[in-house]
Design a protein around this ligand. Structure first.
Ligand code: NAI
Length: 334
């Protein structure tokens, strides 16, 4: 049983090879992302599974080639699956699995880190002090205590985030089509989306990207927010219309923005482009704002999460190849 990895980084190899000691699969790691440019290069009848990540492109065209090459399983080593054409997976009789929850705390804690950095400007203080500049001008933040937080999506990550923010003494409002009873008992108040965003000082996005919520944050919803709101997005880039949020940052409607995900991230993230000229003017504009913090899709990136991703992925592949159900039924998408 041979698994071909795309978008493979040294840390993927490290954690998958360790976890594979319990399975004994043959693993082959390709650095390139999966897309139409490379699918044809897969040797026919050699691999039974491909293992892919967030920016691999599993279009209908790519999936048809995978099926033709003898691939039976597509294993996403992430939770989100907006990069996969599910109908094409079904049409070609492939199986598709993901890692539904590897460490919601990893992502929730990163969202908090982004919020604290933007608010208390520790990134600026770090650089200043290294220059022996001990002045406080421009470093003022605000207390999170008693601020109103709006959480969009209270699944596993959103729920973990809500609980952390309750610990800060925030008032937490939430919108999710499915309300979480445990969170309600803890004091989280569910309201319609527009009411949450209009009341919140800080808005954090924790819902998946779907066709319905693409550009959930756009010119109109930005105007519906409190002037000077803070937005944090660790979910998927296209939840935010980048051009609209740039305008809102320029005119002061938004006080600051923290994004770990970006609409056009597949051309940028997970790569060292320090010697390159970046053609994407929107990301360059965002990076130029002093009140914007961009991280390169690293919210999941903890030791615990990587170990869980590797063991959950291999366990699902082992089950699917025997036509059995993985222990976590939410891991199977098709
Ligand atoms: P989950 O499936 O446990 O929860 C998602 C929640 O969003 C559900 O409760 C669902 O009802 C709700 N929802 C769906 N559409 C909504 C909408 N339009 N408005 C409000 N709520 C909506 O997913 P989980 O594990 O909490 O992950 C959330 C997202 O975080 C993932 O879909 C993924 O895009 C992102 N993610 C980002 C990572 C990173 O490293 N930056 C790592 C892992 C996940």
């Amino acid at each position: 049983m041979k698994i071909l990895f795309f978008s493979a980084k040294p840390y993927d190899r490290q954690f998958f090879e360790k976890s594979n000691e319990s399975y004994g699969f043959e693993l082959e790691f390709w650095e390139t992302h999966l897309g139409p440019h490379i699918a044809d290069a897969i040797k026919k009848d050699t691999f039974e599974a491909v293992c892919v990540f967030v920016n691999d492109k599993l279009t209908a065209e790519v999936i048809a080639v995978l099926a033709e090459k003898g691939i039976k399983i597509i294993a996403l080593r992430c939770a989100g699956f907006n990069n996969v054409d599910l109908d094409a997976v079904k049409k070609h009789g492939l199986r598709l699995c993901r890692v539904p929850a590897y460490s919601p705390q990893a992502v929730a804690e990163h969202a908090v880190a982004m919020l604290l950095t933007l608010n208390r400007k520790t990134h600026k203080a770090y650089n200043r002090i290294r220059e022996q500049n001990f002045s406080l001008n421009g470093l003022m933040g605000f207390n999170l205590y008693r601020k109103t937080l709006g959480v969009i999506g209270t699944g596993k990550i959103g729920a973990a985030f809500c609980k952390i923010m309750l610990g800060f003494g925030c008032k937490v409002l939430a919108f999710d089509p499915y309300e979480n009873e445990e969170l309600k008992k803890l004091g989280i108040n569910y309201l319609p989306f527009n009411e949450v965003i209009s009341a919140a000082d800080i808005i954090s996005l924790h819902c998946p990207l779907t066709e319905e919520n693409r550009y959930l944050i756009n010119a109109e919803t930005l105007l519906g927010m409190k002037k000077g709101a803070v937005i944090i997005n660790t979910s998927r880039g296209a939840l935010i219309n980048t051009k609209d949020v740039i305008e809102a940052l320029k005119n002061g409607q938004i006080a600051s923005l923290g994004i770990d995900v970006y609409e056009q991230e597949e051309k940028l993230f997970f790569k060292d482009l320090s010697g390159s000229i970046i053609g994407d003017d929107d990301i360059q504009r965002l990076i130029s704002f002093p009140n914007v913090l961009v991280t390169g899709h690293q919210a999941f990136f903890t030791e615990e999460a990587l170990a869980e991703i590797a063991s959950s992925t291999l366990s699902s592949v082992a089950a699917l190849i025997k036509d059995e159900n993985p222990s976590d039924k939410n891991a199977v998408l098709v």
